[in-house]
Design a protein around this ligand. Structure first.
Ligand SMILES: *Cc1c(COP(=O)(O)O)cnc(C)c1O
Length: 468
């Protein structure tokens, strides 16, 4: 299996190069040249597999040129064996033909662990084989940073630097990063806001000499390996809810569109999915797109579901490429227009294809809180703010009640305790492995919001570590 760029102007790569490269050289995102396919008979046989064995089955076709089945099994066993739930991703009944897929049983309590724990191990595997080293730099407004740090801690081949805006992430989120004391983990609390952190990381990547000197790489969701690992839990949940004998529907609280795109990939691979519902908070660029066929960016608002506070959904490019029949030149035109004018439109035919499989709804902070309160009253189940948007969207946009509806619960309620307490009247408790989080020792550097300060800190630290 080779990978191609959505923009059609970068070399085809094998899986290991796609893993280490992230963004394609032409600015596009990598996708497999063809989709592997499982027949209904294949799917029926996959029903009884454990999460680990299912993950091997689903991911092997994507990696087999460079990772053997045994190697993959070892990486996957190591990845998901450490998860808190034996099921890895439990499917919990919420209402009539309505299920919640709990994706918060990894070390940092958000679904990003399902992909990043795998990614960290896959990086390690490929780097060890090549005798190579990597420096990872990323900016975070909360969840991604802690998941990436947990995934990369104590790995000899990786040094990880995470920038977060000083004083502007929640205490739980800061502590999930700063209490990791491993020598290869470097937290930076920077003066400024998230966008300032992001701008400095982008500048580091644009500095070609620095980038080459330190072997800079990224862990954001443009990395194909993250999407690939997420495809697995769509199969897992779909088969448990009745596929392939019945089709299923998924509702997904959405930010960068990576999670929904993994569901689309599962559909292309043969899982019978009859509807996707995307849930947005007040940052509703995708909902407005579904309503109007026009993608138009606006300012970002701070909401009670901060992991979805984004303006541009970077993974939507992969979906567009697919719905445009993989026409790179049409995609390039749309992307150029977006860059020049801040908006683009698509054809009616494109919107017809999209609306045949997808619907969406927006929830502001108040209606999100209402869903948390209602669900807690009706069933005693405590949702976090992001997952609540998934449940709310599923209940307002469901096409067919006879089709099992699976809502992805993307975070544990204890990650957002204040908003959950305000909505449901109960304080969500942290799971036992994090119950002493507030007593643990913290370690992080505090730096001014300047490019030279951050770059200097990274260079000095790498030299001290003998990596530069
Ligand atoms: C990252 C995140 C999302 C958004 O996922 P995308 O793949 O970016 O659409 C939703 N909920 C939580 C809790 C997250 O951390």
């Amino acid at each position: 299996m080779k990978y191609i760029s959505t923009r059609g102007n970068a070399p085809k790569l094998a899986f290991d190069d796609v893993l280490l490269t992230g963004l394609a050289r032409d600015g596009g995102l990598y996708l497999p040249e063809t989709w592997p396919h499982f027949s209904p008979a294949d799917l029926a046989q996959m029903k009884d597999l454990s999460y680990v064995e299912l993950a091997v089955k689903v991911m092997l076709p994507f990696v087999e040129e460079v990772v053997s089945e045994d190697e993959l099994r070892q990486i996957v066993t190591d990845t998901y064996g450490a998860f808190e739930s034996e099921d890895v991703a439990p499917l919990v009944k919420l209402g009539e033909n309505e299920w919640v897929l709990e994706l918060f049983h990894g070390p940092t309590l958000a679904f990003k662990d399902y992909a990043l724990q795998f990614l960290g191990r896959m990086f390690d595997h490929v780097l060890t084989k090549r005798g190579a080293k990597l420096t990872i730099a990323g900016a975070t407004s909360g969840d991604t940073g802690s998941a990436a740090i947990e995934a990369c801690r104590d790995r000899d081949n990786i040094e990880i630097f995470i920038l977060f805006p000083n004083g502007k992430v929640s205490e739980v989120q800061r502590r999930q990063m700063s209490t990791v004391l491993s020598d290869n983990v470097h937290n930076i609390a920077m003066d400024g806001n998230f966008d300032d952190c992001q701008a400095i990381v982008k500048a580091l990547f644009a500095d070609e000499k620095f980038r080459d000197d330190v072997h800079l790489s990224a862990v954001n969701s443009i990395n194909w390996a993250r999407i690939m690992a997420q495809v697995v839990y769509y199969f897992w949940a779909g088969l448990r809810a009745g596929a392939p004998e019945t089709s299923v529907a998924f509702s997904v609280p959405t930010g960068n569109f990576g999670n929904v795109f993994a569901g689309y990939a599962a559909q292309r691979m043969g899982l019978p999915i009859s509807q996707f519902i995307i849930g947005s908070n007040a940052n509703d660029i995708l909902i407005r797109f579904i309503e109007t066929g026009r993608m138009q960016s606006k300012d970002v608002f701070a909401t009670t579901s901060p992991s979805m506070d984004i303006q541009i959904s970077s993974n939507f490019e992969r979906f567009m490429f697919e719905l445009m029949g993989r026409d790179s030149s049409a995609l390039n035109d749309a992307m150029q227009e977006f860059k020049d004018t801040g908006h683009f439109s698509v054809t009616d035919a494109f919107m017809d294809r999209l609306k045949a499989i997808m619907d969406g709804a927006r929830f502001d902070d108040e209606t999100t809180a209402q869903v948390i309160g209602d669900v807690y009253k009706e069933s005693g189940y405590l949702l976090d703010t992001h997952s609540a948007i998934g449940v709310g969207a599923a209940r307002t946009r469901r096409w067919d009640k006879a089709v099992p509806m699976i809502i992805l619960a993307t975070a544990h309620p204890a990650k957002f305790p204040d908003a959950v307490k305000a909505a449901a009247g109960v304080h969500p408790e942290l799971p036992s492995h994090l119950s002493d989080l507030y007593e643990r020792e913290e370690k992080y550097a505090q730096l001014p919001g300047s490019y030279d300060a951050v770059k200097g800190y990274i260079e000095t630290t790498l030299k001290e570590r003998g990596k530069l």
